[in-house]
Design a protein around this ligand. Structure first.
Ligand SMILES: [Zn+2]
Length: 301
């Protein structure tokens, strides 16, 4: 079975020169997975725009309205880190749509991927840290709302803590939130999830994987999920400008394989989002995401 992927790479956002968000990584990743035949052209889909009602399963009406019509204040936009434009709105709606569609495909195929998303710093009423809407939370809530799933687990292995996701699902016993991240990385005020593993600066492959491996079956057995959403951030890599951990390409690939194997072992579908990645060399970030696609492909049924 071929891996189904969603790409919103053609929805660019105009950024001022020198802006540190690597928006080009999405198109480069799409081009590489196509060039290498990891995903067939017919299996890379353009995401539909998420519906406003879907966003409202997570976000406040005031925030969705202000983001959409361009009336967000200066401070709110600065917190997100992007200038407002129609393009930003379109891309934000499409990126959520991609995760919603990948989550649905995962229920059918075992695994599917959004070559975007993982915007885990978005809260119900505001965005921050390059995150506008919380695609992961919308996808989970939407499938619950449709009666397609009851319980879910979020496995967030981006180097930054998924503070927005944790806040959204706090007190909700149907969603297990697990995050492993750099303790000294943004956000500086962390929001507790069900399970947080905080790692010191410079943590390398062996220490990282030795903590992850036993945690995964524990998370899955407590969560009893019908779906896992996995945030496969590239930013724990040693070459990342923002991440403070020191994982190698191989370590990150082993991480992805551990997550997918643990879920496969007990038959839980996994929707993958690529989340963050700010390599000093953008090709490194693209290479990490490309390997995630390659590994996911081996797990699609
Ligand atoms: Zn990150």
């Amino acid at each position: 079975m071929a891996l189904q992927a969603w790409s919103s790479a053609r929805y660019l956002i105009p950024l001022p020169p020198g802006h540190r968000f690597p928006i080009e990584k999405y198109a480069r990743l799409r081009d590489r997975v196509l060039a290498e035949g990891l995903v067939a052209p017919d299996d890379i889909h353009e995401p539909a725009r998420a519906a406003r009602e879907e966003l409202l399963l997570v976000h406040t009406p005031a925030y969705v309205a202000a983001l959409t019509d361009g009336s967000l204040g200066h401070a709110e936009l600065r917190r997100i880190g992007f200038p407002w434009s129609e393009h930003l709105v379109e891309r934000s709606y499409r990126a959520v749509g991609g995760t919603c569609e990948a989550a649905e495909a995962a229920l059918r195929d075992g695994v599917a991927i959004n070559l975007a998303g993982g915007t885990h710093h978005a809260f119900p009423g505001h965005g921050e840290g390059f995150c506008v809407f919380n695609d992961v939370a919308v996808a989970v809530r939407r499938l619950q709302h449709l009666g397609r799933i009851g319980r879910a687990a979020v496995i967030d292995l981006d180097v930054h803590q998924g503070n927005g996701t944790h806040a959204i699902f706090a007190g909700d016993a149907s969603v297990f939130t697990f995050s492993m991240h750099g303790s000294r990385n943004f956000p500086f005020h962390k929001v507790p999830g069900v399970l947080d593993i905080e790692l010191p600066d410079g943590t390398g492959d062996d220490e990282y994987l030795s903590q992850l491996e036993p945690a995964l079956p524990m998370v899955l057995s407590s969560a009893q999920p019908d779906l896992v959403v996995y945030l496969a951030g590239a930013d724990p890599h040693e070459g990342d400008r923002l991440g403070r951990l020191r994982l190698s390409f191989e370590g990150l690939a082993r991480r992805d394989a551990l997550v997918l194997a643990a879920c496969r072992e007990i038959g839980i579908p996994v929707a993958i989002t690529i989340a963050g990645g700010y390599g000093r060399n953008i090709d490194d970030t693209v290479e990490i995401h490309r390997r995630t696609v390659e590994i996911a492909r081996a797990f699609a049924r």
